[in-house]
Each structure stands twice: as structure tokens, then as C-alpha cells.
Ligand binder design. Structure first.
Ligand SMILES: Cc1cc2nc3c(=O)[nH]c(=O)nc-3n(C[C@H](O)[C@H](O)[C@H](O)COP(=O)(O)OP(=O)(O)OC[C@H]3O[C@@H](n4cnc5c(N)ncnc54)[C@H](O)[C@@H]3O)c2cc1C
Length: 462
């Protein structure tokens, strides 16, 4: 008889676990509280547009996430740049100041040096200092618990990085990757990003931008694949408790808000930490461990969506400094705007604001007063253009707060209860709370079950 595994949570972590377990021959049921798969990576329709609640990107080094895209048949819809290439804009009077950070074909970490040597937003002295932390970072072990006790900003400052260098260079990568103000990030997580992305192979930081809405790229594609694998997907299925079936080792009863219960040989709990804590059955993990998850907290991401009556830039995306704009993406094509009633030559820009505590509760009208002029400073053509639509999406719990000490609070996939494993981008994958972490956690959960309860005696192919 096949083992029956219930996966709770249909974000990227749960999707990945469900696919891996289905491919391994388990009988899988995926329960998702919302009416769609994809979790934090989702899209909605608004007045003829397809909108992602939050712009997502990934890097060449995100091998597990790219593996998921391949399994979903979506690689061609989320292609990587030929080379890491970011335009950085800064307001500067009639014409904005502009820099291009483009890697060379040199092997990493030399590949970024020519671009950094020319980076005009730092003084010569500041540019000369950039290699100091880069070299020191190579010797730093992100898994060393001591690295999780330090603030990235303090560590950079101690290695000659001025306030200006931290804001105009390091923040470009750390704020968006870690969703926390650059100085406040955990050194351990920052080190993972910098070592893997910027100091690793020369193509590790090449940026991937989806060319399909996230709902299609992940949720719809996952539903198709899971159906092919024979998995049962239940949407609108909110789990309220996980209980022991009879006694220790006899499996689980998963109870649903709408009533009913599902018996399972094993459970993957792939929900955010604040949802996982009340669902964890007693004696699965020490109480203090589960209580500690509250310390991971939450950090918001806000997206500001602006539609112009005409094109204002031909850049697919850009970063900004000395501006409230952090990163801005051209979403005209992906949103379907040209096929919509909005028609023709309009342009849809989305500003992605990470570590957005100061914006999370600001009314849209006030954000409009701040961000429309800010875009006009970066894109001169926007000064004559009309804004035809403006709206804001807010994800208040976009990621956990990736500050010092957070690493110690992240649990592994395995619990003390054989057959109940954890997944989620917030668990201890060594990666920041990202799509890559979510997919890695789902794979780790599946591996853990395969090497413990899902043995060949339960009918799972090894
Ligand atoms: C606005 C925004 C922008 C981001 N940008 C990027 C980016 O550019 N690059 C990047 O790599 N990452 C980015 N991230 C982070 C990335 O989206 C997440 O790390 C990842 O998607 C988390 O996946 P997950 O499966 O762990 O959790 P989630 O996606 O949160 O999925 C958990 C699922 O569990 C379900 N659930 C909860 N409780 C229950 C219950 N009781 N019963 C059943 N189901 C339940 C939820 O409905 C949800 O679908 C961004 C996140 C946001 C919000």
C-alpha cells in the first residue's frame, strides 16, 4: 500500500514537497487554505490587468528554484539575463544620473571589478575600499553561529564601508534580498547572498525576471503537474489541527476548518511560522522552540503600481539610489495591458519597496504624492506623461525579519515526531526567506520523510 502524505500549505515549499513526494511514489494530498496555489507568489485580476501582488526576481545561483521551474515546464518563462546587468539611477536635475553595473566574462569574483571600479556614485576612495569586505567575506562561514549575532552594517563599517558606500552600493543587493534595512540584516544571511551571488561563479548573480504572471508560472503549472502525478489538491482547505491517529507512530489525523478529517501516514507542515506554531502537536518540538518562532517576526514589502498614458522608459527594470524608489520594473507586457481596454501605448511600472515598514500603513493617496514625483525625477519622460492609474499592494508579512539572532530560531525539517516534518522559506535552509529557500525547504522535507517513515515497506519507491 502506498504511504499517504498530507502536505499543508500550497506555497512554493508545499508545492515542491508535494511534487517530490508524488514523484517518489507517495499518495499525496495537498491542502491549501486559499482558493489558489502559489502562496506568497500570486497574481490577481484588476480592471483588465493581471497584477502580481509583489514583483519577484531570482538569481542564477537559485539552483533549487530553477529546478522547480524546470519541473513545471516554466524555464523559458523566467529566463536569466545573459550577464548580470543593472542600471542604477539617481535624481540629478534635468537628467538623472545613471550607472550601469554589468559583469564581465571574467571568472568570479573578478567579474564585477571593472563595473565597481567605474561606479560613479562612490568616490575613488570608497571604490578602492569595496574589495576589503569582499575579501573578508570569502573567509566568513555563514553557518557559523557567531555570524548570526552580528549586524551586516556594523561588519561593513568595520571594514571601511562608509555610510555612503553602504547606502549607494551594498543596500542595492542586501535590502531587496533580505527585506530588512541594510545595516540591520543578519551578517550570516547577508554573507550567504554575497558569497553565493556576488563572489561565486560569474553567472551566479545574473538576474531572472518572470515573463508570466506568478499565478500562471507557479500556481497553475503546479496544479497541472500535481494532477499528472495523481496528487489530490484541495483548495479552500484550511487546517485547524494535526492530531495523533491513535498513538505514537500510528500516523496523523488532519482536521479541516470546514469539518472533516484526513488520515495520513506522514505530514509536511509548509505554512508560515505564525501559522505553524498553533498547529504543531504537543511533543513534536520543545515548547521553547515553538514559542521562539514568534521572534522571527515579519517584515513588509509594498509594491506601488503606476500606469502612464505613454512609455516613460525603455529599461526592463532599474535600481535607484538617493530616491524613495528602490527597484522599479516595467510590467507593461506581462500585465496584458496592451490587450486590455487600457490599450495601446501605455506603460505600467511597479516600484518594489522592501523593508517597507514606513510605507505599510500609508494611504495610497499619500504614496502617490511621494512616488509619482520620485519616478519623474528618475525618468524625465514621465514629467510630461499622465498617470492613468495608481494603486498599491501591501504584503505586511512578506518575510520574517532577517535580523541578527533569527538564524538560531529557524527549525530544521525534522521534528521529534517521525512522520511530521516542517517546510517553508522561514525554516533553516541557510538561505534568506526567498523562493530558493522555500523550494529547498520542500525538498529537505521530502528527503527527511523518504529516509524515515516512507520506507519501501510503505510502498514508496526508493
Ligand atoms: C511582495 C513579495 C515580494 C517578494 N519578492 C521576492 C523575490 O523577488 N525573490 C524571492 O526569491 N522571494 C521573494 N519573496 C519571498 C517569497 O515569495 C517567499 O519566500 C516564498 O514564496 C515563501 O514560500 P512558502 O511556501 O514558504 O510560504 P507561503 O508562500 O507563505 O505559503 C504558505 C501557504 O500556506 C497556506 N496556509 C497557511 N495556513 C494554512 C492552513 N492552516 N491550512 C492550509 N493552508 C495554510 C497559505 O495560504 C500559503 O499559501 C517575496 C515575497 C513577497 C510577499
Amino acid at each position: 500500500m502506498k504511504a499517504h502524505v498530507v502536505v499543508i500549505g500550497g506555497g512554493l515549499a508545499g508545492i515542491t514537497a508535494a511534487i517530490a513526494l508524488g514523484q517518489a511514489g507517495a499518495d499525496v494530498t495537498l491542502l491549501e487554505a486559499r482558493p489558489r496555489l502559489g502562496g506568497a507568489t500570486c497574481s490577481f485580476h484588476r480592471d483588465g490587468l493581471i497584477v502580481d501582488t509583489g514583483q519577484h526576481i531570482f538569481l542564477g545561483c537559485c539552483s533549487a528554484y530553477r529546478g522547480l521551474l524546470a519541473a513545471l515546464g516554466m524555464t523559458e518563462h523566467a529566463s536569466l539575463q545573459d550577464r548580470f546587468d543593472v542600471t542604477v539611477l539617481a535624481p540629478g536635475g534635468p537628467a538623472p544620473r545613471r550607472a550601469r553595473l554589468r559583469r564581465t566574462a571574467l571568472p568570479g569574483p573578478l567579474h564585477m571589478l571593472p563595473a565597481l571600479a567605474r561606479y560613479p556614485f562612490l568616490s575613488w576612495a570608497e571604490r578602492a575600499q569595496v574589495s576589503r569586505p569582499a575579501l573578508a567575506m570569502r573567509l566568513l562561514d555563514p553557518a557559523d553561529p557567531a555570524a548570526d549575532t552580528q549586524r551586516f552594517g556594523d561588519w561593513l563599517a568595520a571594514r571601511g564601508q562608509s555610510e555612503r558606500a553602504r547606502r549607494a552600493l551594498w543596500d542595492l543587493f542586501s535590502v531587496s534580498a533580505l527585506n530588512i534595512a541594510g545595516d540591520d540584516a543578519s551578517l550570516a544571511l547577508a554573507a550567504t547572498v554575497v558569497k553565493t551571488g556576488l563572489l561565486g561563479k560569474n553567472n551566479a548573480a545574473d538576474i531572472g525576471v518572470p515573463s508570466l504572471p506568478l499565478g500562471e508560472l507557479h500556481g497553475d503549472a503546479a496544479a497541472t503537474l500535481l494532477a499528472k502525478l495523481g496528487a489530490q489538491v484541495s483548495l479552500g482547505a484550511k487546517v485547524t489541527s494535526i492530531d495523533s491517529a491513535i498513538g505514537w507512530g500510528d500516523g496523523f489525523l488532519v482536521r479541516l476548518a470546514q469539518g472533516g478529517e484526513i488520515a495520513a501516514d506522514a505530514v509536511v507542515l509548509a505554512v508560515p511560522h505564525e501559522k505553524a506554531a498553533p498547529l504543531i502537536p504537543p511533543d513534536t518540538l520543545p515548547d521553547a522552540t515553538v514559542r521562539g518562532w514568534a521572534g522571527l517576526g515579519a517584515s513588509p514589502i509594498v509594491n506601488v503600481h503606476v500606469i502612464y498614458d505613454r512609455p516613460v522608459t525603455d529599461l526592463p527594470f532599474a535600481a535607484a539610489i538617493d530616491s524613495p524608489v528602490q527597484w522599479v520594473f516595467d510590467r507593461t507586457r506581462i500585465s496584458g495591458i496592451s490587450a486590455s481596454k487600457h490599450g495601446g501605448h501605455r506603460q505600467y511600472l511597479a516600484i518594489s519597496l522592501s523593508a517597507a515598514d514606513e510605507y505599510a500603513d500609508v494611504p495610497a493617496a499619500r504614496l502617490r504624492e511621494q512616488f509619482v514625483p520620485a519616478l519623474a525625477e528618475l525618468f524625465p519622460a514621465a514629467r510630461d506623461a499622465q498617470v492613468t492609474e495608481f494603486f498599491v499592494t501591501r504584503e505586511r508579512r512578506a518575510t520574517f525579519r532577517q535580523t541578527p539572532g533569527s538564524g538560531a530560531l529557524r527549525p530544521k525539517a525534522a521534528t521529534q515526531r517521525p512522520g511530521l516534518v516542517l517546510a517553508g522559506a522561514w525554516t533553516d535552509t541557510g538561505w534568506p526567506d526567498t523562493m530558493e529557500s522555500a523550494v529547498r525547504s520542500g525538498l529537505a522535507a521530502a528527503v527527511e520523510l523518504r529516509k524515515t517513515v516512507l520506507t519501501s515497506t510503505m510502498g514508496v519507491r526508493q
